[in-house]
Ligand binder design. Sequence first.
Ligand SMILES: C[S@@+](CC[C@H](N)C(=O)[O-])C[C@H]1O[C@@H](n2cnc3c(N)ncnc32)[C@H](O)[C@@H]1O
Length: 555
Amino acid sequence: MDDKWIQPPIVCDHLTKGKLLFDTKEYSFAIASFRACLDNLPAKPIINEDGDIIYTVDEIVLSTRLFILRALWKQTLLDSTTTYTDTTLDEVKAILKILTTTTECRSVLCMLAVSTIARIINGDVLYKGESVLSTKDISNMGIQACRIILDESYGNIKERRILYSIECDLYERRQGDLQSAAKSIESLLKESPKVQSQQKRLRELHIQLGLIDVVEEKAKKEASRQHKKRQRMKKKEKDSSKLDSILDTLQSDVSATLSRSPTYNFFEGLDNSQKSREKATIIDWSCIPDDIQPKFENKSKEKRLLRKRNQLESLYILLSGLVEKVSTTKESGRPIHIVDFGSGSGNSCLVFAFLLLQKKDIPCRFTLIDNNPHSVKLGKLRTNKVGLDSSVQWLCQDVSNFHESFDIGLATHLCGGATDSMMERCLLHKAAFIATPCCLGSIVFNAHENVVSQAKPGRGYGWNTNKRTSLTYPRSACFRDQITVDNYAIITRLADCSLTTGQSDNELHIKGKRFLDSDRLRLAQEANYDTSFGQLGSKIDCGPRSDVLCGICKA
Ligand SMILES: C[S@@+](CC[C@H](N)C(=O)[O-])C[C@H]1O[C@@H](n2cnc3c(N)ncnc32)[C@H](O)[C@@H]1O
């Protein structure tokens, strides 16, 4: 029962005394005092100093009777052997009578009275022991109590929901009147349409009433699912044939862009190591501290761990080659600043930091950025445990908010358009980059002029964000002239291997993916970069997402 009882005005000494006794848990004496108060009621309403009526007599009676009801209930709780059922019932009847006969008493107190009665009748608050309150008459009283409030539009939305729900219970459980029970919930949903638990309850009542045929409903759902699937397939086929011819016309530009830079061979080390992979151990994993070993929450994913290690080995070759190359051009003494965009908890970059910092020949420092606070917290802990704090800083923020200068940008499987933000940062600071893109289907377009957003907001762009990238698509001027944003958006979905499960290596999917890769690299070329495109390894060794984009500024 509600403990925040509204204190009635002090109409007489008996009430004050009753309240005191109530507070000291002398319930039977308190009841006696309240009854004495009722016998000594003032004849007129209570009027304040300004002459306004603040309490009607009915209100005083109601509140005093509610005190009695409450005292009865508390007393019953104290002594479960005592049954006060009849007395309590009499009290409830008296209160209902006041409520149904008076037109004056329509205040907060009335609301409180009715909801309390309804709750008592519903069995929410009453007796520990056996109750005789299960008769039809009693539940009628509860329903009557609910109706007083509900018909007269009293109470706030939450209170009304409780009363509708109590009314439904009374109809359903005490009277077996499912139709009326359903009506209570229908009315509740008219006032609060989004309450899922009540929608479910109404559905169950409708099923019991035979208004919903579950078998038929299931069949309809399945038919609609199949229909939508066919529609999707049709659309996909239509898109595919349209895009196939568009991509064919772009093929020569795509191939030219993806060809490896003649000036700097990013993949030399990787090609050499792959030739002698069996013999060479690129990373001696037994020397990597356990705290920074790549880990996955689901430990059973052995295959995934093996792939990750293979990917890291290839990335490490690319990165250490690039570190050497960059060290020849930068001013001496300053450590090479490597930034890992979307680092997660450091599953990739902490291994590289550990190895490169151990070598000591080329001084490096690292910044790891992720917008997931949980990952950053974990990453900081891992960094601290292996003593890399002095050379590794962590930032919890969106990649697009990183404004420091740096020499090499890394992005391993950074989601959707965040890879484009990372590349934008690199081009701005003339930093070299290594990126293994993923989640191409979740690039979320900004609605520029003449741009129709095809992608669903809220997918893939980092932790718990539905941020749209503010970048222009297609990324490169070359392809912007040749393809519309609408078609570009369709290609992003088509190229996403996570969306084309089972057909991830079909020809069109690969064509689409190559186009997106080349668009990104073409942008870098337009900014005076040498670029190369390659793979971290075979699909068996490194998984399906092993395409890698590399670039280094020529000037
Ligand atoms: C697939 S995980 C890759 C983690 C890590 N690079 C690795 O290879 O293990 C992608 C990470 O990028 C982060 N991320 C995605 N979008 C981001 C954004 N816009 N800004 C910062 N972090 C982002 C995600 O929170 C997630 O931790």
